[in-house]
Design a protein around this ligand. Structure first.
Ligand code: ATP
Ligand code: MG
Length: 471
């Protein structure tokens, strides 16, 4: 299987890392440099105004000698690692802390104009070509008696400031590296928690695609993936049983069609080639008729069942009718066979009439199928009871016999299509095993219930409900 999802995560992670480093080395670097420069300028400016208002002003007051001012400034500049100048308004340098030869330098800064600073108190430049590299320069005017007499200038190499910002940037790089390493660990955990379950699900889905529904997905987390795995497992199980059911259904149908067809074919061939003599033909033609009837019944039952099923709701023609009357009429149709088998049908019906709302034809078929079973699986000289009981809004209809009964382990299966107990196979060759499947579909379509109580060798009772017609 392709590991594309994992590769996507990994590529995304690497791109994020590279972008992070590019961003830090450009934007963060730029902003950091700027911020450090501004903050340094502010510090220098505070110092500069301090010098201008105290030492330099004292000099102009006459309370301090030029030499004394020079030595003060020299100490401060060494301490701060800067160059300090005192100029007059025209730019003539009176003191240069870096000039050790003398305090009165008599040099003029060519082109000096204080308005070059604009509205800012600092500038970054080579300061009128005084320096060979960029310097941060801040200035403060010396204003004794509110008159500008000169300026204090402090210079600091931009290189020194940059060195500091690079140190800060290194901290950012180390932090970024740590985040990168940490997110790699998170990626690993993520792959363990998310990617591996997803792989399990996709490999199971592949197996389902190949028709192998036996694979189970072992994810037991309480999150969306766990939920998805549960759904997949359920779906696989359903598909598996559905496929099994379908296979069973098709094999049952073909088996039930093949055996009567084989015997019909065999007998007809024997009649045609004279193996069966003329006087015996009646007997075999009757068998053929019997088998044809069976095939007819099978086809009708299958068609009937096909109308139900899981797709869409069965259309019911609901109407109000007397269930007692339907039971009486159905019992009458079995009179002939009952006489033959010496079986009596006893009707215990609640009231003269009992109106229910249901699909009459389908309910008649339910009663017919249940009575047919009761007679089929009853011993001769026994009795069958059909009873109606009204309780609340429901009518309970029971069909009870004292026949062979249903083995306990078959009780759940009798509703399945084509299911016949082993005992009934010997007793009833004509049965298709579809009768009760039809009964259940009809009752379920009515949203009613049907139950069976049976003891092997004692008898069986089927009870189903219908809704009483509301006045
Ligand atoms: P068909 O109804 O198509 O003639 P069938 O009667 O064999 O065939 P169902 O009515 O679906 O099929 O019944 C399924 C099986 O349940 C029967 O074959 C029988 O084994 C068992 N069964 C149903 N009713 C009874 C009963 N009253 N007593 C004993 N066994 C029963
Ligand atoms: Mg039946």
């Amino acid at each position: 299987m392709k590991r594309t999802l994992y590769l996507k995560f990994l590529t995304g992670y690497l791109i994020l890392g590279i972008l992070g480093f590019i961003l830090v080395s450009t934007l963060t670097n730029y902003m950091l440099q700027k911020q450090v420069l501004v903050s340094e300028a502010r510090t220098l400016y505070t110092e500069c105004t301090e010098i201008a208002s105290s030492y330099a002003a004292n000099y102009y007051d006459g309370s301090m000698e030029l030499s004394e001012l020079h030595s003060h400034l020299e100490t401060i500049s060494r301490y701060m690692n800067t160059k300090i100048k005192v100029t007059d308004v025209s730019g003539r340098i009176m003191i240069d802390s870096s000039d050790l030869s003398g305090f009165s330098t008599d040099k003029t800064i060519a082109g000096f104009n204080i308005s070059d600073f604009g509205t800012r108190y600092y500038t970054v430049s080579r300061f009128y070509d005084t320096f060979s590299e960029p310097y941060l320069t801040v200035f403060a005017p010396i204003t004794p008696n509110y008159r500008v007499r000169g300026y204090v200038l402090i210079h600091k190499p931009v290189r020194d400031i940059s060195d500091y910002s690079y140190e800060l940037l290194n901290i950012v790089y180390i932090t970024l590296l740590l985040i990168f390493a940490l997110s790699f660990i998170i990626l690993l955990i993520f792959s363990l928690l998310v990617y591996r379950p997803i792989r399990k699900i996709t490999s199971a889905a592949d197996a389902y695609l190949d028709g192998d529904f036996s694979q189970k997905i072992n994810i037991h987390t309480q999150d969306e993936l766990g939920c998805l795995a549960d759904t997949f497992n359920y779906m696989a199980n359903e598909l598996n049983t559905l496929e099994d059911d379908q296979r069973k259904f098709v094999s049952n149908v073909s088996h039930d069609f093949r055996s009567p067809l084989t015997s019909i074919k065999g007998y007809i061939e024997a009649i045609l080639d004279g193996t069966i003599p003329y006087e015996m033909q009646d007997k075999y033609l009757n068998i053929i008729l019997f088998e044809t009837e069976r095939l007819n019944k099978l086809t009708n039952s299958l068609l009937e069942l096909n109308k139900f099923g899981s797709h869409g709701k069965t259309i019911l023609y609901m109407k109000s009718f007397d269930i007692n009357y339907i039971i009486r009429m159905t019992a009458l149709t079995f009179e002939g066979i009952c006489r033959e088998k010496h079986i009596s049908i006893e009707l215990i019906l609640s009231g003269k009439t009992l109106f229910v709302t249901a699909d009459m034809e389908k309910i008649q078929q339910v009663i017919y199928n249940l009575t047919d079973n009761a007679i089929k699986f009853s011993h001769p000289d026994s009795s069958i009871t059909i009873e109606t009981t009204e309780k609340n809004d429901k009518v309970f209809i029971s069909v009870k016999d004292s026949g062979i009964g249903i083995p306990n382990d078959s009780l759940k299966k009798i509703w399945e299509r084509f299911y016949k107990t082993d005992v009934s196979r010997g007793k009833d060759k004509r049965g298709t095993g579809l009768g009760l499947a039809i009964v259940r579909e009809i009752i379920q379509a009515h949203d009613e219930n049907i139950n069976v109580i049976s003891t092997e060798g004692v008898g069986t009772e089927f009870i189903f409900t219908l809704s009483v017609t509301k006045e």
